[in-house]
Ligand binder design. Structure first.
Ligand code: PBG
Length: 324
């Protein structure tokens, strides 16, 4: 035999020399759930190890992560039901705690990178990402609401906005609104190929943001479709997106790969709440080796072509990577 592929696997030294993909903390973005108030650290049953944090604890969490070498975060607000309404007005209100926390984190840790969520669902009494009229999620009347939300986040100091709503034309609309408000340096990480997935359950528990009626299938993509992601990607790129996101990640590695071959923009992948919960549950029962499976999951997302990975594993990965 002339060819013996096993020769390149004989020792860790050789294996690491020929290793094609590496995962660095620089690639990871850690989602944080935020609540109003003080001294709050509310565990989320379906997301073991993850909690809703008030400002004081969020600042502590960011500091710990920064010390581990993890410096990018995506922030989500858990808003009281009493503050939700049809038009998500709390999202740009002056005394919004989410905007206050953004301001404070950027003040204390100017070198961190903060990404936001732009969508109506955390603030909407209907629990939908867009405005509801007569039982329909209307597209064009949602855009000005998203723009007010995005500009408020930019004013608070966000580095990158993350429109996750899947309305048509919102990337271009938000780019223009932010530019006009003097925020041309704030980036857009567009949730470009976001699927109507069963994997968002634990996230909706965390925010109590499940839709009050129906589902999200008229705006999020059909899990059966791959080529349609190319159409979304072309539009978002033309409208000025700085990153294209695929979400969820693990069941859509083909889409990550496809988009990475069709764009020069960095690809972000969201390793969503259900993907995290599945591994935590299996590991808790002793059915999977947690750390090995975690490493393999994150590596597979990188190998598929993602540059950035939004993952609830980020801090744990960082803690364990430091010890290695
Ligand atoms: C909604 C939003 C969702 C997630 C991020 N932004 C849920 C949804 O679309 O219903 C899910 C993230 C996760 O499951 O980890 N704008």
């Amino acid at each position: 035999m002339l060819e013996r592929p096993r020769r390149n696997r004989t020792s860790e030294a050789v294996r690491s020399m020929v290793r094609e993909t590496r995962l660095s903390l620089d690639n990871l973005i850690f989602p944080l759930f935020l609540v109003d108030g003080n001294g709050q650290r509310q565990p989320i049953a379906s997301l073991p190890g993850i909690a809703r944090l008030s400002q004081d604890n969020a600042l502590r969490e960011v500091e710990q992560c920064m010390n581990l070498g993890l410096r990018s975060f995506v922030l989500f607000p858990a808003v009281e039901d009493a503050l939700k309404d049809r038009e998500a007005t709390y999202s740009w209100s002056r005394d919004n705690f989410y905007l206050r926390i953004i301001r404070q984190v950027k003040k204390e840790f100017p070198e961190c990178c903060l990404a936001s969520d732009v969508a109506m669902d955390p603030y909407s009494s209907d629990g939908h990402d867009g405005l509801v009229e007569n039982g329909n999620i209307v597209n064009d009347d949602t855009l000005p609401i998203l723009a007010r939300m995005a500009v408020a986040q930019a004013e608070a100091g966000i580095d990158i906005i993350g429109p996750s709503d899947m309305m048509d034309g919102r990337v271009g609309y938000l780019r223009e609104a932010m530019d006009q408000a003097g925020h041309s340096q704030v980036g857009i990480m567009s949730y470009c190929a976001k699927y109507a997935s069963a994997m968002y359950g634990p996230f909706r528990d965390a925010l109590s943001s499940a839709p009050k009626f129906g589902d999200k299938k008229t705006y999020q993509m059909d899990p059966a479709n791959q080529r349609e992601a190319l159409r979304e990607a072309a539009l978002d790129e033309a409208e000025g997106a700085d990153f294209l996101m695929v979400k969820p990640a693990l069941m859509y590695l083909d889409v990550i790969h496809l988009l990475s071959e069709h764009t020069a923009l960095p690809i972000a992948a969201y390793n969503v709440s259900g993907e995290y919960a599945m591994l935590k549950a299996a590991a808790e029962r002793g059915w999977l080796d947690h750390d090995r499976a975690m490493n393999e999951m994150l590596l597979s997302i990188r190998r598929a072509g993602a540059t950035a990975i939004l993952t609830y594993f980020a801090k744990e990965y960082a803690e364990k990577a430091v010890g290695r």
